[in-house]
Write a protein that binds this ligand. Structure first.
Ligand SMILES: [Zn+2]
Ligand SMILES: [Zn+2]
Length: 441
């Protein structure tokens, strides 16, 4: 660990020394984005939007009022947008209306869970909560829109602001792409709040950062009967128990130990009495891997093991990968060139000791990966830790999640700076190339 840390510092210093864009006079105003984002005009406004959305959480593809808040603020800022995109989504534009195009993305949906934090702006909708910070993501992207609008004359291309529905299942990112909303976009950036990372710090890495994920459900059918006379039944509970044990062997003894993978059974339903063997059992779970190859191998083996092991116990099994309900998320893989760009911008804004450029990947999943399959993309974590919180309590998807809103300024400024400096850098690439306009402009 310490070796790679040293290497990163040297690497970053090398970038600082070698990249002229940082000292370019045209780029200098983009470096003040953090100051802009910290002004009461921008910061208080972002906080009020975040709290408003937090009070009224909406699930995937139902973000109608959230979408309305976004459009109303864009309208007040004089920023054109397209709506509806993917039902509740909004795609807005700041800049020249000409290429190059760079996209920034925020997800908008909440989770079906009850908030347990008692505060003035607690969720007013029972059983729904912004427990993944997507309320903060929306307000930061609006913050970036406001800052970029203030500097619109200096923007050397077009920033496409993507307010995306249904990240928490439902494949909102895929739907945005299917509607052709990101035509001509050559790079996309996204961020996620991290309640365990301090304010003013960011973390990411080049290459795979989050796993590909899928779900499955299996029905294992036997023959029900009296629990005291098992010889007259075909017991699906015993069969399912062996299926679950065998599924664990796929990762432990078929997968490369150096290629992280997960198969978890999170659901086991069967039977309703102490003395009755049921006709069938339903099991379900999730599987994760960092490459499409490993992911597809897992998918194939999960199906084979469930059907084969059920047959050993004289049961029939069917397996459903639930892709209509939740499309498989590909692994989230960060583009190498954009990693360099991110480190450059983040170190310049936050300081070298605030940027972890070799973050440990984790097995969570993000539908941002759908964008990365077709456009070079980059995803990073943004610190919103609240120093007074107990460790492991205020985490993502926890009913106790609380975020430090001071982080909003950093997210907005990084979004704006990543996009503006990307366009400046890539404007030069277009020399002599016919300029494209976005379909929507
Ligand atoms: Zn989430
Ligand atoms: Zn999330």
């Amino acid at each position: 660990m310490s070796c790679s840390f040293k290497f990163n510092i040297i690497f970053i210093l090398h970038i600082l020394a070698a990249t002229p864009i940082l000292s370019s006079p045209d780029n200098s105003s983009f470096n003040n984005f953090l100051d802009s984002a910290k002004t009461p005009e921008v910061f208080n406004w972002m906080v009020s939007i975040r709290r408003k959305i937090h009070e009224n959480p909406e699930l995937g593809y139902q973000e109608f009022e959230t979408s309305e808040v976004i459009r109303s603020e864009l309208h007040k800022l004089g920023i054109p947008y397209k709506h509806p995109v993917a039902i509740t989504g909004v795609v807005a534009f700041v800049g020249t209306g000409f290429s190059p195009f760079v996209a920034l993305r925020a997800d908008m949906d909440a989770l079906p869970m009850q908030e347990m934090v008692e505060w003035e702006h607690k969720s007013r909708v029972p059983g729904k909560m912004h427990a993944c910070g997507h309320d903060a993501h929306v307000s930061m992207l609006l913050g970036a829109a406001k800052i970029l609008k203030q500097h619109e004359k200096k923007i050397q291309g077009t920033v496409v602001l993507v307010f995306q529905p249904a990240e928490e299942g439902g494949g909102g990112a895929k739907k945005i792409l299917d509607q052709g909303a990101l035509e001509n976009v050559t790079a996309i950036f996204g961020l996620h709040i991290d309640p365990e990372l301090p304010i003013g710090e960011v973390a990411s890495r080049a290459g795979p950062i989050m796993a590909g994920s899928g779900f499955f459900e299996a029905k294992i059918s036997g023959k029900g009967g009296h629990a005291a006379i098992p010889q007259q039944s075909i017991d699906p509970i015993l069969a399912a128990s062996n299926v679950i044990i065998s599924l664990q062997h796929i990762v432990s003894h078929e997968a490369d130990p150096l290629d992280s993978q997960v198969v978890t059974i999170a659901k086991f339903q069967g039977g309703s009495a102490f003395n009755v063997i049921p006709d069938y059992v339903t099991i379900g779970g999730t599987f994760r891997a960092f490459s499409n190859q490993s992911f597809n191998q897992l998918r194939q083996r999960i199906e084979q093991v469930i059907i084969g092991q059920a047959a050993v116990h004289r049961c029939n099994a069917t397996v459903d990968f639930l892709e209509d309900w939740e499309p498989f998320n590909p692994p989230t893989v960060n583009n190498e060139d954009l990693h360099e760009h991110f480190v450059n911008v983040a170190v310049n804004m936050l300081g070298v000791d605030k940027v972890d450029s070799a973050m440990t990947p984790f097995m969570g999943a993000e539908d941002f990966s759908f964008y990365q399959e077709v456009i070079p993309g980059y995803f990073f974590m943004l610190g919103v830790r609240n120093a007074s919180h107990k460790q492991f309590e205020s985490v993502l998807h926890s009913p106790y999640l609380e975020i430090n809103e001071d982080g909003l300024s950093y997210g907005a400024a990084l979004h704006a700076s990543l996009a503006a400096s990307y366009l400046l850098k890539h404007q030069q690439d277009l020399h002599g190339v016919e300029r494209k306009t976005h379909d929507e402009l």
